[in-house]
Design a protein around this ligand. Structure first.
Ligand SMILES: C[S@@+](CC[C@H](N)C(=O)[O-])C[C@H]1O[C@@H](n2cnc3c(N)ncnc32)[C@H](O)[C@@H]1O
Length: 164
């Protein structure tokens, strides 16, 4: 998916049109979380669709989100307390984390940026869950770079989990 510039108010309608299995992807990302997390960092929070499902499944989790879009941050802050305007390729908020999670957000990064991100996540988090659209090579590279496993796959969508 190219750089995301949709308006928050149009987001859900447009993402469902683009990715008919969007809800399934979200559900499978939450299902992949390996243990009940308390401190969670979400990369590319958007309007908070992943966040909402995560907190429903794990009410004790505290989620800090970041997003590079001011519009998305403004919208997410209407519901969630801790949302930062930041890029995931820049220094991340201080950990340690039980979980770093990202749905439909990391694939705009260049390969080197993804590898650097996963190295930082590995140093500061006990687990990682990524849900996204992938080309076949992209998926195998990502699994290798984060030392993870594919927990769900359908069409060009997949969820990858790593536990450190
Ligand atoms: C397709 S939306 C996904 C939002 C949400 N995770 C979901 O599943 O509905 C991608 C989000 O990632 C954000 N994003 C894209 N590149 C980013 C980057 N390098 N750093 C931080 N956020 C980024 C976009 O602004 C957008 O809000």
């Amino acid at each position: 998916m190219s750089q995301f510039d949709w308006k928050p108010e149009e987001y859900l309608q447009r993402i469902h049109a683009k990715i008919p299995r969007y809800d399934e992807l979200q559900e499978q990302a939450i299902a992949a979380i390996p243990f009940p997390p308390e401190r969670v960092l979400e990369l590319g929070m958007g309007t908070g669709e992943t966040t909402r499902r995560l907190i429903e499944a794990y009410p004790d989790a505290w989620v800090i989100g970041l997003d590079s879009s001011p519009d998305m941050v403004f919208r997410a802050r209407q519901t969630y307390d801790d949302v930062q305007l930041a890029r995931m390729e820049d220094p991340l908020p201080d950990g340690p984390w039980d979980l770093v999670i990202s749905v439909l957000s990391v694939n705009d990064l260049a390969d080197e940026q993804k590898q650097a991100l996963f190295r930082r996540v590995r140093d500061h988090s006990r687990s990682l869950v990524i849900g996204d659209r992938f080309e076949p090579d992209q998926l195998s590279d990502l699994v290798r770079w984060c030392d993870g496993e594919v927990t769900w796959q359908a069409d060009d969508l997949a969820v990858v989990r790593a536990t450190y």
